[in-house]
Design a protein around this ligand. Structure first.
Ligand code: DGJ
Length: 731
């Protein structure tokens, strides 16, 4: 059992293969945090608790056991607001008295195999009993009348800990939740760098890293979605850690809405990390007997730097978060018509693209935006999910049939959460968008956001989607989302519940996604939000692949994909070869370079196949063959980032190494060529005791040579060249 309870000392120890996490129930019932870090043998390490006699102005606890015992310096599992700990709190409840001083004390616990689901929310799950065990600690605020359950599920193989929180109202009256984080993590030093992923449209998930300072450093979203701007991920990386060495704690929130990751360093150099729903613009009202569930946060411990953290996240998310047949089934190589035609297409044009796709070995055609209502540009028709027969004569079925007859699968685009003011749906139901009565409605990309908190609205969108998806053989849906939430109000919520709208919106989206997958269990869903704007673990639970960015430029993609792989497995990272000059950057990279970079994820094309030269067609055939050849190592292998383009601004390199370490696929991209420069790339992840053959040159290397000396990739390159090396084990 990875969870152990010492009933005498009242200590819980949660062990993974390489980490330990220790909790102690203090005499007064406070849930004290003793340790999180590399695996240790001792259970009672209470001697780490601070004894700051001079904690200035800190209040003693209500039942003092000595002058030096104050919550203000005590490391805690789930710190509460207003009762002695002046640092950021995980929980603030307001009871009937109106006060939000909150104080929860241990009541009971239970330990079980596996892991309970979280109602209405995406979360990791156990594939079998041995995958994980769960500890549930129940604590209560007896004055307010609230029961709080802290869930800890331990995934030993991945050195991962899943935490979530449930708050129940047992007061007989009303309780208001003002803040409820999913997890709090106290560390007794500040020797970490704060690492996070920031970005913008066409520039997602760039990496930033800086040393912790006293005070609060945080990332957050209050845009209604996890956003392009910050990803719901942060890491605390030991100051002396790097890509493949040193200790790193990674935190990833399985949630697609407003989030906050707050890291506070106090006077005594203690660090507190809080992860959960952003308390700004949040409130939740609980009537008697009602319960609230906060989303799940995963923390991963790595003693192999950022790379080790990422590989643990990749495996956990691939095996224990993604679901359905596409979790393991080979994904089809797709061609999407967006950059090929934008809105200017009809059925014949799509069939012409499908015809070329069939000749080239591409396996699926995706019809993007513009097939419905009267949509010929982005001003109209969102919400009118019926076929525009001016473009698709006779509807979807004849088109899907013609595409299928070529041996090609067929997929389509939806933006289910949006409504155009110029749409039949809006004319019928102007109150179905998020809005605040009496206030103007801000418009974004000429559209409003549908009130997904409303069941009647979701029913309507679901029925429309169901009718479309049942009308033809549609095997894939790209689920897009192209603006942030403003004037977020719902007509159906009274003033007591109005602050719940952001979270209710996300719950509504999840409910619709779940309903769709229940109705069409074999559907391959690809998430999208103006590229990778809502690329988060919450969405991965429903859509095993996500459109990484609208920026398809191979050089910019090196940076975007580098950051994306901090958390997300390559199999989730959609990457397409597009036309040159690139539509976002104007850069003209070679067809080979575009293919080599796109091969790093869920591979496809985003250009007009009808316009390809003979040379490019041959290159597509070669890339398609490579995709099949390398599929196993890319999708199921371990991912190693080798040359960091944020540091070495002249090149980037990464490698996939099969789990049995018998195969390596390495890609290097020259971002800016440098003359007279030697390039050696060391391959950390290979087996030191194996021998590997470079498939192209026949040269044989020992694993320990590749690790310590590396491959010599020195060459006379031009800007944007790529080098791909395939090494296979020789006995
Ligand atoms: C934004 C997406 O990121 C694009 O790929 C495309 O689907 C457009 N929306 C269509 O409007």
């Amino acid at each position: 059992m990875p969870i152990f309870f010492d009933s005498e000392k009242k200590i819980f120890k949660l062990d993974t293969e390489k980490s330990s996490y220790i909790i102690r129930i203090a005499d007064e019932g406070f849930l004290t945090h003793l340790y999180y870090g590399a695996k240790i043998s001792d259970t009672d390490v209470s001697y780490v608790l601070p004894n700051f006699g001079n904690a200035s102005f800190s209040a003693e606890i209500a039942n003092p056991v000595g002058r030096s015992y104050t919550l203000d310096t005590l490391p805690q599992e789930y710190p509460c607001n207003g009762t002695g700990d002046f640092r950021a709190s995980a929980l603030s409840l307001r009871g009937e008295s109106g006060s939000s001083a909150t104080d929860i004390r241990y009541v009971s616990h239970k330990i079980c195999s596996g892991k309970p689901a979280i109602p209405g929310l995406p979360a990791t799950y156990a594939n079998c009993e041995s995958d994980c065990d769960t500890l549930e600690i129940t604590a209560e605020d007896s004055l307010i009348g609230a029961r709080v359950t802290l869930f800890y599920s331990v995934f030993p193989k991945y050195d991962a800990l899943a935490r979530s929180t449930k708050v129940e109202n047992i007061s007989g009256g009303a309780v208001d939740i003002e803040r409820v984080f999913s997890g709090a993590y106290d560390f007794s030093n500040m020797n970490y760098d704060f690492v996070s992923l920031w970005g913008a449209w066409a520039k997602e998930r760039h990496v930033t890293r800086h040393p912790l300072a006293h005070g609060t450093q945080s990332i957050a979203s209050k845009r209604g979605s996890s956003s392009h701007n910050h990803n719901p991920f942060a890491a605390l990386a030991s100051r002396n850690s790097g890509e493949e060495y040193g200790e790193v704690f990674g935190f990833s929130l399985i949630y697609s809405g407003n989030f906050s990751m707050e890291c506070e360093v106090d006077t005594f150099e203690n660090t507190r990390m809080l992860v959960g729903i952003n308390p700004v613009d949040f409130g939740w009202h609980l009537d008697s007997e009602e319960a609230f569930y906060a989303p799940e946060v995963i923390s991963v411990f790595s003693d192999e730097g950022m790379g080790g953290m990422s590989r643990r996240f990749h495996k956990l998310y691939r095996h224990n978060l993604c679901r359905g047949p596409w979790k393991t089934e080979k994904r089809p190589i797709l061609v999407n018509n967006w950059e090929a035609t934008y809105f200017g297409f009809d059925d014949d044009k799509l069939v012409a693209i499908a015809k070329d796709a069939a000749e080239l070995g591409i396996e699926m055609l995706v019809m993007d935006d513009g097939w419905f209502g009267c949509r010929n540009d982005d001003h109209t028709s969102l919400g009118d999910w019926f076929v525009n027969e001016n473009k698709l004569k006779g509807g979807l079925k004849p088109l899907a049939d013609r595409v299928n007859a070529l041996g090609i699968k067929f997929g389509i685009w939806f933006e289910p959460e949006m409504i155009s003011p110029d749409s039949e749906l809006y004319r019928l139901h102007p109150d179905w968008c998020l809005h605040v009565a009496g206030r103007y409605k801000s418009i974004g990309r000429h559209q409003y956001v549908i009130d997904m908190s409303r069941c009647d609205v979701r029913d309507n969108i679901f029925e429309q989607m169901k009718a479309i998806l049942s009308s033809a053989n549609i095997e894939y849906v790209k689920w897009d989302f192209n603006r942030n939430l403003t004037e977020a109000g719902s007509l159906l919520l009274d003033s007591v519940h109005q602050k719940e709208i952001f979270h209710r919106y996300v719950l509504g989206v999840y409910e619709l996604l779940e309903r769709l997958l229940e109705e069409f269990p074999n559907l391959l869903l690809e998430g999208c939000s103006g590229g990778g704007g809502r690329f988060d673990p919450g969405m991965l639970y429903y859509s095993p692949q996500y459109w990484t960015s609208d920026n398809t430029d191979a050089i910019d993609r090196c940076l975007i994909q580098w950051g994306t792989t901090y958390v997300y497995p390559p199999s989730s990272m959609s990457a397409h070869v597009s036309a040159v000059p690139n539509h976002q950057t104007g850069r003209r990279t070679s067809f080979k370079t575009r293919g080599d970079v796109a091969m790093a994820g869920a591979f496809g094309y985003e250009l007009d196949l009808n316009k390809l030269s003979e040379d490019d067609r041959n290159e597509v055939k070669r890339q398609v063959a490579d995709y099949h050849k390398y599929y196993n190592v890319v999708q199921n292998g371990d991912y190693y980032r080798l040359i960091n383009p944020f540091e070495d601004q002249t090149k980037c390199a990464w490698a996939y190494i099969s789990e049995d370490k018998s195969e390596v696929l390495l890609t290097m991209v020259i971002i800016r060529t440098e003359r007279h420069k030697q390039i050696f790339v060391r391959l950390t992840g290979v087996d030191a005791n194996k021998k590997y053959k470079d498939e192209a040159t026949g040269q044989i290397y020992s694993g320990d040579t590749l690790i310590n000396l590396g491959l010599n990739l020195t060459g006379w390159y031009r800007d944007w060249d790529t080098v791909v090396k395939h090494l296979v084990e020789v006995k």
